[in-house]
Design a protein around this ligand. Structure first.
Ligand SMILES: Nc1ncnc2c1ncn2[C@@H]1O[C@H](COP(=O)(O)OP(=O)(O)OP(=O)(O)O)[C@@H](O)[C@H]1O
Ligand SMILES: [Mg+2]
Length: 446
């Protein structure tokens, strides 16, 4: 139940307010002196203060109320304070409202007005507290993920990314083969590093093979090595393959969907037995490698068409990490964009809106390229034009027919984790317009 502390030397004020508030499920506490009031505040659990301006029958200046207000502010900068004052102290009360008191009402007060003011402030306190808890929770989770892990400079803010990273870090500890899937530029390679550098074999080598870049006739030699003269161009020295190089560590098979069927068969055999032969050699070699593979191809679709071996698919896919497209994790966009921006540069608000509105078919790589190019073309602040993104298809903010109301704004702020630019973009408002509306509705900015 919300709790209001009434600080007033006149007990009848407390009695009247207690009756009024109890009808509206608000608990009322009372203190008859400023000292008692401050002591109660110290104990916590109070959401709002209603304070008198004079605490002695023989004083009328309101000076005591001013002092008390300052003391409350000093100890508790966010505590909403409503001043209840005789008409004679109205001027002092107005000054205090300028100094941050929430409101003032003249005695005798109007119950209806007082209750409306109290309810508004309690709602604000509640929303602010929820937002704070939400942010604190986010920060704790973020610290927990960063603690004792090597995130390879991964930038993330979206809940979808947080969930994926949490899973990735769990999976990294196991020795399951991991298949990382996701569209172009979504961070598959980055996650392959996260897999290795948080695994039990992180001290071992991390060897990446881009299956797409290997000429078909060299795949075997690349993966398994070759003895001199094993094939034309094999050279005259024995050569170790990637499997041997990755012994005791991680082998990252990138673009696994491009491996031809002949290579797939050979790969399957090593994965099943851990054994293989160098090209042109009869002796078997044995290695222990953690296999992480990645693809942007639709492997199940390829299996259906006979272009990818189903048994290999299950071998590689001990667990799948599915990276969402950037557009599916919008809260990552601005943090990533700022991360790619050289120090000391920043985006204009219109540029941030444009970044949030773009669909990013090339995902994080496209974002990085757009940001870096725009930084070359700009001096200090990056304007929307420098991003050279396609113009928005939908109507600009000023012609939004339905003005967002309090609940829409609060919901958007919540979703955006308090990031105003993002909430503004979601609501189709400029940041200034959102500020103005928040001020009008009394929604705190922090
Ligand atoms: N969350 C992130 N934080 C920081 N940098 C990132 C993040 N995601 C991707 N990057 C960077 O974006 C670029 C593209 O990412 P990456 O190469 O990992 O994508 P990919 O999924 O392997 O792409 P492709 O399908 O084209 O191979 C890289 O420079 C990478 O470091
Ligand atoms: Mg890649």
């Amino acid at each position: 139940m919300p709790t209001v502390l009434v600080i007033d030397d006149n007990p009848s004020v407390f009695i009247a307010l207690e009756v009024l508030f109890s009808l509206h499920d608000i608990r009322t506490l009372s203190a008859e002196t400023p000292e008692a009031g401050l002591a109660m505040l110290e104990q916590g659990g109070i959401d709002l203060v209603i304070s008198d301006m004079n605490f002695h029958a023989d004083t009328t200046s309101g000076e005591e109320g001013v002092v008390l207000f300052r003391q409350i502010r000093e100890r508790n900068p966010d505590m909403p304070v409503i001043l209840l004052t005789a008409w004679t102290h109205l001027e002092a009360a107005v000054e205090l409202v300028k100094a941050g008191a929430a409101d003032y009402l003249a005695k005798p007060w109007d119950d209806h007005k007082l209750l409306a003011a109290v309810n508004n402030l309690l709602e604000l306190v509640h929303t602010r507290r929820e937002l704070l808890e939400h942010r604190t929770g986010e920060r704790h989770r973020r610290d927990a993920l960063a603690h004792g892990h090597d995130l390879r400079g991964l930038v993330y803010a979206d809940p979808a990314s947080e969930a994926l990273l949490t899973l990735a870090l769990q999976v990294a500890r196991s020795d399951l083969p991991v298949l990382i899937t996701g569209p172009n530029g979504s961070g598959k390679e980055k996650y392959s590093e996260i897999m290795h550098f948080n695994s039990p074999v992180r001290e071992g080598p991390f060897v990446a093979v881009n299956c797409g870049a290997l000429p078909h006739d060299l795949i075997e030699a690349e993966l398994f090595g070759a003895e001199p003269g094993a094939f034309t161009g094999a050279g005259n020295k024995p050569r170790a393959g990637k499997f041997e190089a990755a012994h005791g560590g991680t082998l990252f098979l990138d673009e696994i969907g491009t491996l031809p069927l002949s290579g797939q068969v050979k790969l399957l055999r090593v994965l099943e037995t851990g054994r293989f032969q160098r090209l042109g050699s009869n002796s078997e070699r044995q290695v222990k490698v953690r296999v992480v593979s990645a693809t942007n191809a639709d492997l199940p679709g390829m299996i259906a068409e006979g272009r990818f071996r189903e048994d290999l698919y299950y071998r590689l896919n001990g667990i799948e990490l599915r990276l969402p497209a950037l557009a599916q994790r919008p809260r990552d966009i601005l943090p990533l964009a700022r991360h790619f921006l050289p120090d000391g540069r920043r985006f204009s608000e219109a540029a941030e809106r444009a970044l949030l509105a773009h669909a990013w078919p090339g995902n994080v790589r496209e974002l990085r390229n757009v940001v870096q190019r725009s930084a070359l073309l700009s001096i200090d602040r990056i304007e929307a034009v420098a991003l050279a993104l396609p113009v928005l298809a939908h109507a600009p903010a000023s012609s939004t027919p339905n003005e967002p109301d309090r609940s829409m704004i609060e919901a958007a702020l919540q979703r955006a984790g308090g990031v105003l630019a993002q909430a503004a973009a979601e609501l189709g408002l400029s940041r200034q317009a959102l500020y103005r509306r928040m001020d009008r509705l009394g929604i705190a900015r922090d």
